[in-house]
Ligand binder design. Sequence first.
Ligand SMILES: Cc1cc2nc3c(=O)[nH]c(=O)nc-3n(C[C@H](O)[C@H](O)[C@H](O)COP(=O)(O)OP(=O)(O)OC[C@H]3O[C@@H](n4cnc5c(N)ncnc54)[C@H](O)[C@@H]3O)c2cc1C
Length: 456
Amino acid sequence: MATEKNVNTLMENVSGPVLCPGDEGYEEELSAFQKAYRHNPAVVVGAADADDVRHAVRFAAEHRLPVAVQGTGHGLTVLDEGGLVITTGRLAQVQVDPQARTARIGAGAQWKHVSAATVPHGLAPLSGSAPHVGVAGYLLGGGIGLLGREFGYAADHVRALDVVTADGELRHVTPQDEPDLYWALLGGRDNFGVVTSVEIGLLPAARIYGGGLYYDAADAAAVLDHFRTWTASAPESVTSSVGMIEYPPIPVFPEPLRGRHVVHVRIATTDLAAGPGLVAPWREIATPIFEHLGELDYDEGGSIYREPDFAHAFHGNNVLLRELPPEALESVLRLSGPGAPVSCIMDLRHLGGAMSRPPEAPNSVPFREAQYILRVLSGLDDVSEESVRAAHKAVYEAVAPWVVGRSLNFVYGRRTSSEVVGEVYPEETLRRLADLKRVYDPNNLFRRNQNISPAE
Ligand SMILES: Cc1cc2nc3c(=O)[nH]c(=O)nc-3n(C[C@H](O)[C@H](O)[C@H](O)COP(=O)(O)OP(=O)(O)OC[C@H]3O[C@@H](n4cnc5c(N)ncnc54)[C@H](O)[C@@H]3O)c2cc1C
């Protein structure tokens, strides 16, 4: 039990805020990008440094409180009730070493903080579609980046992690010194400790060619089919995706898109010279209603997907596909496009390339044979979670013959571990993760997550 007296002792040891229900600032500390729900811990610790994390984990272990971690709250799926939550937003320092082409990043930083610091040095991180996503959660779940086909999963570029494990120790984890823990953290996410900082390799990719072409949804069948054939022979230097979305009629979106159901093709490549030629065939499929394509600085990469950066309530999931036959696409269009039973945002990303190869330093990011990831999500403002789940389930069932698994990063919405864990790891990977969980967290302190139970 965390009594008031105990919490006062924790406060004396911790430099960031320590808050309990009813305290001023408690709600704000727990506010997240996901707005459908939030953690309700007995204590929240706003870590100001790694030492705060160490004290918080020791306190939780001593008082048998489960520990959960929150960065930005983009990937909140399991809620804490009555435990201890550590928020990492204050750990946002970014230090770039341009000679070594590395960055050391506080676990609470967002990708926009990182690329702002690296681009002036001609370097880029392997970040994803939204610059406001948190570095730690993204990397620990794999990290499907804007340039993924060319360079692999973002996790494959992690050189070292500083992590507080369940025994309250701060460890510096590298593939050389702690290969098992390194392997488990990158893929096993928050099951093995609280990451306080990471060191990543950077890419000489400060300028890219990329952007998006938007078509009216009436052209969806032709555009999706072209995506299928185009990606079948696209070079590894190109990473692309196609989405379907009904834009709300609000001014944050470009005028031609407002209030319209569209198909959105997104492209990114470091091959600046080849970019325009690669895009040309897309203009012959149908006439785009809007496009923005060209060379851009890597820190403008958020314009490729144009995802909203304001907190909202949403639910979604994904499947990883080994192939993309025409009948799969027909079902996706019918069940998640215009006329679907609930309004859906569909996102189909091309994987493969370097993402299919094993990383230099082994990690537990699985299903590298997947060639595509299909995601479906919906806002929860006007529709129940139950009807959203039913509509999405129909899409995933229709593509089931080609599914190899799911990506942990793109599981959104309140879900139990039993629903998720068996689908995001192959059996052998899960067994090794459970064995290592028994070594590093035998009492399952880190269990308010998509939980890997310690092996018996
Ligand atoms: C708009 C949007 C765009 C996205 N685009 C991409 C994309 O292009 N590619 C991609 O791969 N993913 C993408 N994601 C998914 C995103 O990577 C995951 O949701 C990720 O978990 C978010 O991490 P976070 O720290 O921002 O969020 P949080 O919700 O704070 O954390 C997510 C998970 O990571 C764990 N975690 C966070 N920090 C730590 C830490 N310091 N130590 C241990 N565990 C920690 C948490 O416990 C939690 O389980 C996107 C998500 C959204 C909402």
